[in-house]
Design a protein around this ligand. Sequence first.
Ligand code: SF4
Ligand code: SF4
Length: 192
Amino acid sequence: MAKPVVEKKYSFLDSIYLFEILKGMVLTMRHFMFNFFASFRPGPHTIPTTWQYPEDRREISPIFRGEHMLMLDEQGRELCVGCGMCAKICPAKCITVEMAKVKEGEESKYAGKTHCKNFNIDLLRCIFCGFCEETCPKSAIELGQGYELSRFTKEECQLGKERLLKNYHWAKKNNKLKPKKVEAEQPKDKKE
Ligand code: SF4
Ligand code: SF4
């Protein structure tokens, strides 16, 4: 059996929603004034709800996985030996490496006895998983902080060796290199 409907009695003021409309307008005005005065505050990002990109940029984590870099050692020598392990592990199959022996007289340019003659990463396929970085035995490849990855053409999405080294130099100059990894301390019984 259906329940009886109880009709609520509204006063005249209730029925025209005057107070509710005024309450809503006060709330809107409060937010407007807050944002208005906040926009005059000094600092790089003055409006609290909006970042004025590209003028204002957030600090991103040093371990962010962005555009790749080919690393150099302290003496400025290329660390990559062209072993191809990164290409092997890459789930997106977007790395191609061509290895070559270091020629006589070029030993100061490379840290190993071999080097990568050509190195290419297809950014269109990369999923930024970081496996290449994790697997590299020489710590020669890292994913840097570059996150502005849009390009006009497909060709520009091919990161060659030159571009990867340029990314390293940019990161070094702007103090954006990743902090060195700290090896986890082994339990005593495992050390012995
Ligand atoms: S980046 Fe590392 S894993 Fe890849 S080819 Fe070079 S040395 Fe080998
Ligand atoms: S981040 Fe992952 S998908 Fe991208 S190149 Fe490295 S291994 Fe391949």
